[in-house]
Design a protein around this ligand. Structure first.
Ligand code: NAP
Length: 523
């Protein structure tokens, strides 16, 4: 599913009005009627408990609210309209529907700048639900004044809220709260869902999202050159189907450089997950001193003992590593490999010289960040999988900045380093250097646990060696990783499940997803 920024949706509206000749008032009528339908479905069985309180701003978002009020009134649902501005400020299409409202038997109350009176609060508290039609995509600065007071009062009333297009106060493009924001249980969004509805904190404010078709021609949607997508399914999984006449060589060989003293588990999780995600062969390159431990832990994964000191790989291993890397289809590097001068020398050389697709994670990213001169100098497609701390290092910014600017961080990283970026966290982002962006919907907070990232790295590596392009491999692996975590959470509970359990859930997930797609094959 594609999502839009405020600018994209404005352009689509403009084309629909100017090129397709559909009047703006028709779009507003479609939006309001569709939202009213969604509201009645969502609040079925609730609307008889009191009137619907529609809180409207003076812009087109408020105009949608006027249409909703009229539509509900026509359907026999009691409604009350609260206008947060001088009616003189209502213009354009919203003005048309404001005038229509005047001829109906709907109570309308204008609210003044001095705040929300006790009387009004009493009415909101007695409402079956509150419709938030204050601000939509027109929000351009932090909410203040009467709008802010209204948003805060709506929150204090503890009634279920239905948001029109976006919860007021949420930035359509970033999901950020600008000053204060409404908490909705359901949001009816128009034409295309806005990107900010899927990014935290906006996602937490939006509740259930219903997209209403307002009549934007499909051709315009196709031509819009929208670069943002929601990963709401295992996109590209059909490419992993197994043909009968194949062997392990068909599914690629992944070389994993991971693990050091005290971190052998990272190497096991990463390489084991690569096999669980369909790689034909996996070899883990590890410091020779650790070979006995790894041989005990790993069965199906092969190991390549390499020169090392007691703890980590030594740079003497470089020639052997390069030789081996040239014989495989992909490289996964970083989990638990250690950060010292020796490993730094190794990653510098690999970044520039390895010419098979790679996935870089954890310690390899910390080392990469120390070498900004390497940006763009890699010889192969690269996926990087930073958490916010590692992302901060790659961009030279604090982790806290990354968390409040996740979108910008992921996109800048891709552009700056010339890589596909997976910025991990709630709603992981996958960004490509050409500006494409995907937002993942799977996963749960129980996955905030040790080793989960190592599993993801192995999975991405597995899809790379099976021939998937870097952006698609990263996207599908992120979706599958979150979906496997969701399966484990459902089976085990929300807290305390292990990365290895997520890894072991993968075959069952593949079975389930592929069987589902055999019944209804579509992307
Ligand atoms: N054709 C259609 O009917 C159609 C199609 C698609 C969508 N829509 C609806 O129209 C909405 C967009 O309408 P719109 O562009 O008129 O914008 P809007 O979201 O209705 O907001 C515009 C109003 O908000 C005010 N505003 C913006 N930021 C503010 C802030 N931080 N604090 C207080 N006030 C603020 C503006 O005041 P200033 O003027 O003072 O800045 C302006 O009055 C969409 O979200 C959707 O609901 C309608």
């Amino acid at each position: 599913m594609r999502v839009a920024t405020a600018e994209v949706i404005r352009e689509l509206d403009r084309r629909t009005i100017e090129e397709a000749g559909m009047p703006g008032a028709v779009l507003m009528e479609n939006a309001g009627r569709g939202a009213a339908r969604a509201l009645r479905e969502h609040f079925r069985g609730v609307l008889q408990h009191g009137p619907v309180a529609l809180v409207c701003g003076p812009g087109n978002n408020g105009g949608d609210g006027f249409v909703i009020a009229r539509t509900l009134h026509e359907a026999g649902v009691a409604t009350e309209v609260f206008l947060l501005a001088d009616p003189q400020r209502i213009r354009g299409d919203a003005r048309i529907y404001w005038e229509v409202l005047q001829g109906l038997d709907i109570p309308i109350r204008g609210l003044k700048d001095d705040g929300i009176s006790e009387d009004t609060l009493e009415q909101w508290r007695g409402a079956s639900c509150i419709v938030d039609a204050i601000l939509g995509t027109g929000l351009v600065r932090p909410v203040e004044g009467l709008y802010r007071k209204a948003i805060e009062a709506i929150g204090a009333c503890r009634r279920p809220v239905f948001a029109v297009d976006l919860p007021s106060g949420i930035c359509a493009d970033t999901g950020r709260v600008l000053g204060a924001a409404v908490n909705a249980v359901c949001t009816a969004t128009f034409g295309l869902p806005k990107r900010g509805l899927y990014l935290y904190p906006g996602a937490a404010h939006a509740g259930r999202i219903v997209c209403v078709d307002i009549g934007i021609p499909g051709r315009f949607l196709e031509e819009a050159g929208i670069l943002d997508e929601i990963l709401d399914g295992p996109r590209g999984i059909d490419g992993l189907r197994r043909e009968p006449d194949t062997h392990k060589g068909t599914y690629g060989h992944l070389f994993v450089l991971a693990g050091s003293a005290g971190k052998t588990g990272a190497a096991c999780l990463c390489s084991g997950s690569a096999l669980r995600c369909g790689a034909g062969l996996v070899t883990a390159g590890i410091p020779r001193a650790l070979t006995p431990i790894m041989e005990q832990k790993l069965t199906e994964v092969m190991s390549l003992p390499l020169p090392g000191n007691d703890e980590t790989l030594s740079s003497d291993a470089l020639t052997e590593i390069m030789d081996f890397a040239s014989s495989v289809q992909g490289l996964a590097i970083g989990p638990g490999m250690g950060v010292n001068e020796e490993t730094e020398r190794i990653v510098r050389a690999l970044w520039v010289d390895v010419d098979v697709p790679m996935v870089w994670d954890a310690d390899a990213l910390t080392l990469l960040a120390r070498n900004p001169d390497l940006a763009g100098r890699q010889s192969a497609p690269v996926v990087v999988t930073p958490h916010p701390g590692e992302m901060g290092r790659l961009l030279g910014k604090p982790a806290a900045w990354v968390q409040t600017n996740r979108l910008e961080a992921a996109m800048n990283c891709s552009r700056q380093w010339g890589v596909v970026t997976v910025l991990k966290g709630a709603r992981s982002l996958i960004a490509a250097p050409d500006g494409r962006l995907r937002i993942n919907l799977t996963g749960n907070p129980g996955m905030a646990a040790a080793g989960m990232g190592d599993v993801l790295t192995g999975m991405i590596g597995a899809l790379l060696v099976q021939g998937m392009d870097a952006f698609d491999a990263a996207s599908l692996a992120v979706w599958l990783h979150g979906a496997a975590g969701d399966r484990v959470q459902q089976a085990v509970g929300p807290i305390g499940f292990l990365a290895s359990e997520v890894m072991h859930a993968l075959p069952g997930l593949f079975k389930e997803v592929m069987e589902e797609r055999e019944c209804s094959p579509s992307d």
